[in-house]
Design a protein around this ligand. Structure first.
Ligand code: SF4
Ligand code: MG
Length: 337
């Protein structure tokens, strides 16, 4: 498998300011040391509760927010470029390769512009300036997302939520990206429309050799669309494995609690509902040691002082990344134990 993007120990912190002088009194550690590889052609699901840092991680990968440290290396043939080190001018080539689709395209489509006017903007920026050529490309894009080309002369309010999301996808694809980050891209849609848009995303991925990072809090959506899934808690990835592997057996106590809320369809699967005690701690002052320790029922002395690292374990012939001392201590726990 070929790596498209390799992320190394990335931290994205936001200052917390107080008082008239806006003194910095702390930092929200939204992304706090993330390392992972994104493979060409895969869909990597990124899950976790709201506030765990998944959206910030998505924006960090596209340099829409500024990372404090770490590397995000884009693989260009045999060369690797750390995009975090590029200036805005050098970055423009990569802006084309990486696009994002947000939850609510209505907020990103100007209501007083036609779809054509909104979609020609990225084309202009990346050098397609002839009007006829723009109309042809936008017409083709609308067809690619199963809409009529003549819709380009209409306004956003003339479309339903599902149609607007298709337009948002068309816009992301207009510059022929390699990587598309979908941030809760189907979360606002009705269940029936959601399935249509998910299938459209899967078809487009095949046709255009895309790679997706699919950010969502919806575990049924992520199971449907992802090849692999990364689970985030308080700015860190706590578990990462193939979708099949993860849905068969979660290893990290946090993932086990998160997944225990999924209704069981298959009667052979035993899944006891695990209720997490306490609130998610503040990302300004994350707990010492393992960030999950105040809520973990398997917490032991070591967990309070020593932070576990995300490490690969071979389980049933597959590599499964887990960040938990229990794994190191060869104490495998079953879901619901
Ligand atoms: Fe729980 Fe300790 Fe594992 Fe953290 S390291 S998840 S506290 S058992
Ligand atoms: Mg979010």
């Amino acid at each position: 498998k070929e790596v498209l993007l390799s992320v190394r120990d990335v931290k994205t912190w936001f200052p917390v300011k107080k008082g008239v002088f806006k003194r910095v009194v702390g930092h929200v550690k939204a992304v706090d040391g993330v390392t992972l590889d994104i493979y060409k052609g895969e869909t990597l699901g990124l899950v976790g509760e709201s506030g765990c840092g998944k959206s910030t991680l998505g924006k960090t990968l596209l340099k829409l927010v500024h990372a404090k440290e770490g590397e995000v290396c884009f693989q260009n043939g045999t060369e690797q470029t750390d995009i975090l080190k590029l200036n805005e001018k050098q970055m423009s080539e990569y802006r084309k390769k990486m696009q994002i689709v947000f939850q609510d395209p209505y907020s990103s489509l100007n209501p007083s512009f036609t779809i054509f006017t909104s979609l020609k903007d990225p084309l202009n920026r990346f050098g397609v300036r002839k009007r006829e050529e723009q109309r042809k490309i936008i017409g083709d894009l609308l067809e690619a997302v199963n809409m009529r080309p003549e819709y380009m002369d209409r306004y956003p309010h003339e479309f339903s939520g599902g149609q607007r999301q298709r337009i948002g996808i068309a816009r992301a694809l207009s510059v022929n990206p390699e990587l598309v980050i979908c941030d809760e891209a189907v979360s606002a849609l009705d269940v029936s429309i959601r399935a249509q848009v998910l299938n459209l995303l899967l078809d487009l991925k095949k046709e255009r050799n895309l790679t997706y990072v699919f950010i969502t809090h919806d575990l049924s959506v992520v199971e449907y669309i992802s090849d692999r899934i990364a689970v985030m808690y308080l700015g860190k990835i706590v578990e990462l494995a193939s979708t099949k592997r993860l849905y068969a057996n979660t290893m990290h106590p946090y993932t086990q609690a998160l997944f225990s809320a999924i209704p069981v369809v298959d009667l052979d699967t035993k899944r006891k509902r695990i209720v997490l005690e306490g609130d998610v701690p503040s990302p300004v002052n994350p707990p010492s040691g393992c960030p999950f320790h105040p809520r973990c029922k398997h917490c032991h002395e070591r967990c309070k002082t020593e932070a576990p690292q995300l490490k690969p374990y071979e389980i049933d012939g597959e590599i499964h990344f887990v960040s938990c001392h229990l794994m190191e201590e060869n104490h495998y726990i079953e879901q619901g134990e």
